[in-house]
Design a protein around this ligand. Structure first.
Ligand SMILES: [Zn+2]
Ligand SMILES: [Zn+2]
Length: 228
């Protein structure tokens, strides 16, 4: 029996092939199997690695909610509970949501470049280097939004502050690592600074962990994103 990658329900075998819309990339494809909850994964998304699925989702979604986009990507079978793939995620989902909100024009190439920048932070950097790839990816998002570089003044400050604020949220929770918490906290850091400093009109975020209780090292009700 096949299961749905999104909700883990058993797939239903159809009597005849039907057209279905991919839950990840919106491609329409013929299928013999469907999730009872309406989810479907197209062939290209099924074969995608972590970077590819992130690009496929971000370049095709119309969603304006960075948390919902991140949760969808993290449910793809290529995404692990913990891992460097989270270091590419934050900038991509924030810039995608801001692009879909019409708050700033961001090209597909800029999105891809933002994904690449986050990938340079190694696994486990939180405990050994004092930084976290997801938090760095938050800084990447701010760097793109402000067109920052090392010669700029206010833009550089905002970029550094975005990563720094995200890192401080990690220390509030304490250890051990949680890549899902780091992802949510980093998205919130981007949202806060884009709202307060860039005066973007962004919708409020409602963060509930989509993986709570399923992770090996879940902080359970110690985590602000854990719902009782
Ligand atoms: Zn499903
Ligand atoms: Zn797809």
């Amino acid at each position: 029996m096949f299961t749905c990658p999104i909700c883990h329900a058993y797939l239903i075998e159809l009597e005849a092939e039907e057209l279905a819309t991919c839950s990840f990339c919106s491609a329409v494809e013929e299928t013999e199997y469907l999730c009872p909850n309406g989810h479907f994964q197209c062939e290209d998304c099924r074969m995608s690695n972590q970077t590819q699925i992130l690009e496929r989702v971000c370049l095709n979604t119309k969603s304006t909610d960075p948390i919902a986009i991140a949760n969808l990507v993290m449910k793809h079978p290529s995404f692990n509970q913990y891992g460097v793939e989270h270091h590419e995620l934050v900038a991509a989902v924030c810039l995608t949501a801001i692009r879909n909100l019409g708050a700033q024009n961001i090209s597909g190439n800029k999105l891809k470049a933002a994904i690449k920048r986050g990938s340079k932070i190694p696994y486990g950097a939180c405990g050994t280097m004092g930084t976290c790839g997801a938090c760095v990816s938050a800084g990447v998002a701010m760097g793109v939004l402000t067109q920052s570089n090392y010669l700029k003044d206010k833009e550089r400050n905002l970029t550094i502050t975005t990563t720094a604020n995200a890192l401080l949220k990690l220390t509030e929770l304490g250890g051990p690592r949680c890549c899902k918490f780091s992802t949510y906290a980093s998205i919130i850091s981007v949202w806060e600074i884009a709202t307060n400093e860039l005066v973007m009109n962004l919708p409020a975020l409602n963060v509930k962990c989509a993986f709570q209780g399923k992770l090996k090292e879940c902080h359970l009700n110690k985590c602000p994103y854990y719902e009782q």
